[in-house]
Design a protein around this ligand. Structure first.
Ligand SMILES: NC(=O)c1ccc[n+]([C@@H]2O[C@H](COP(=O)([O-])OP(=O)(O)OC[C@H]3O[C@@H](n4cnc5c(N)ncnc54)[C@H](O)[C@@H]3O)[C@@H](O)[C@H]2O)c1
Ligand SMILES: O=C(O)C(=O)C[C@@H](O)[C@H](O)[C@H](O)COP(=O)(O)O
Ligand SMILES: [Zn+2]
Length: 366
């Protein structure tokens, strides 16, 4: 088993990664049980894995109850938050209980937020079941729902007590979702790790086709990178954690444009967003054009969107910039942007003129 510590003082926890971990989950969860039943929260597509988890726990004498929510981004909503908090209160949840979030980033973000606010803070365990959640969303304590105004605008920082990753769960994940999660893997290379981007160029397709050693390496490397950044800047105050937002200002605007529908998955928006961040950096003369082309080429070869046309977005630059005005990085009326000086050299640029971003977007083919 690979263990990655997330060092956050009193809020520190471990990320434990092992193929087949679901089947010995009782050994990891037992110490958290306190003679109380666990509540497992999952979605309709993951319910089969939740049944296996409940059976494993029962075999070890650990009681559990499962709440199944609708699958999809629309579940990160006020309505689902209300129904989940009601359901947990009906079950008599106590602050010391651990709710288990078994699912992708949608379940993790929603359960994380529900437990952050229930009784002013209950515990939760992340058991991520998508590539995206295993490499990114289960670690770091960002929790949220979406609002009409934009992505993740209502939320809290609330760290899990433990993250349990079983890469074998990805065997049932559809290819489109694997690819979307892969965008966040590539992100770590683009941020500050050229060597890892090169690894992605050489091994990405093997990872996407389910190769277990490529999968294990990508998950452990990504979790290590995320844990390091989060430990340095838990609440995104110094600018370090903002690097994890590479591609997200563009990406969230594209997602908002599709109404957070299945037309564009989060990871797909991030893929297009990262390519746009590099293309915009190249247009400004900050980054070699070759690097921007190399990023787009790798995303394209991985079956991901790499520009507005491949993301299916026809909106004008001005309209996309309007979505960006809701970005949580907005600071005194300006929007710090994640730009790049090259692959592995991302930085936060505070001098970006949004009118210039809009004209850049208007110049792109639709
Ligand atoms: N908190 C963070 O730091 C953070 C980081 C990145 C993304 N996010 C958020 O995560 C969300 C996206 O997460 P996601 O891509 O995991 O989406 P998701 O949770 O919607 O899961 C994708 C799809 O895969 C299905 N699924 C999940 N596990 C499966 C499995 N093992 N087998 C078969 N089907 C399975 C789900 O039911 C869903 O249909 C977005 O809302 C994004 O904003 C949060
Ligand atoms: O953990 C972070 O920090 C990230 O930015 C990870 C992102 O992949 C994730 O999508 C996050 O939710 C975006 O952050 P937000 O603050 O823009 O909602
Ligand atoms: Zn993301």
């Amino acid at each position: 088993m690979k263990i990655v510590p997330v060092a956050l003082g009193a809020r520190s926890y471990e990320v434990r990664i092992k193929a087949g971990l679901l089947d010995d989950a009782a050994a990891h969860l037992g110490p958290l049980a306190r003679n109380r039943p666990f509540v497992i929260v999952t979605d309709t597509n993951v319910a089969r894995h939740a049944e296996r988890l409940a059976a494993t726990l029962a075999a070890a004498g650990l009681a559990s109850d499962t709440i199944v929510l609708p699958a999809g981004e629309a579940t990160k909503s006020w309505a689902q938050l209300e129904s989940l908090t009601d359901a947990l209160l009906e079950r008599g949840i106590e602050r010391g209980d651990h709710v288990i979030a078994l699912g992708g980033g949608v379940i993790g973000d929603l359960v994380g937020f529900a437990t952050a606010i229930l009784k002013r803070g209950c515990n939760f365990v992340q058991m991520p079941t998508t590539l995206l959640a295993q490499v990114d969303s289960s670690v770091g304590g960002k929790t949220a729902i979406n609002s009409r105004a934009g992505k993740n605008l209502i939320g809290a920082f609330h760290q899990p007590s433990l993250v349990l990753i079983d890469p074998d769960l990805l065997d049932t994940l559809p290819l489109r979702e694997q690819r979307a999660g892969y965008a966040e893997v590539v992100k770590y290379g683009l941020i500050d790790d050229l060597g890892f981007f090169e690894w992605c160029e050489g091994n990405g397709l093997a990872l996407l086709s389910g190769d277990s050693s490529a999968r294990a390496y990508a998950i452990a490397h990504s979790v290590g990178a995320k844990a390091r950044i989060v430990a340095e800047d838990e609440r995104e105050t110094t600018g370090k954690r903002a690097l994890l937002n590479l591609g997200h200002t563009f990406g969230h605007a594209l997602e908002a444009e599709t109404g957070f529908s299945d037309r564009l998955l989060h990871g797909e928006g991030v893929a297009a967003g990262m390519a746009l961040a590099f293309a915009y950096s190249a247009r400004r003369g900050l980054c070699p054009g070759q690097d921007a082309e190399r990023v787009a080429a790798h995303l394209r070869a991985s079956g991901l969107p790499f520009d507005l046309a491949s993301a299916g977005i026809a909106a004008s630059g001005a309209r996309l910039v309007e979505h960006m005005l809701h970005d949580k990085k907005m600071d005194a009326g300006t929007l710090p942007f994640l730009l790049a000086r090259g692959i592995g050299q991302t930085y936060l640029d505070k001098q970006v003129d949004l009118a210039d971003v809009a004209s850049f977007l208007d110049e792109l083919p639709r």
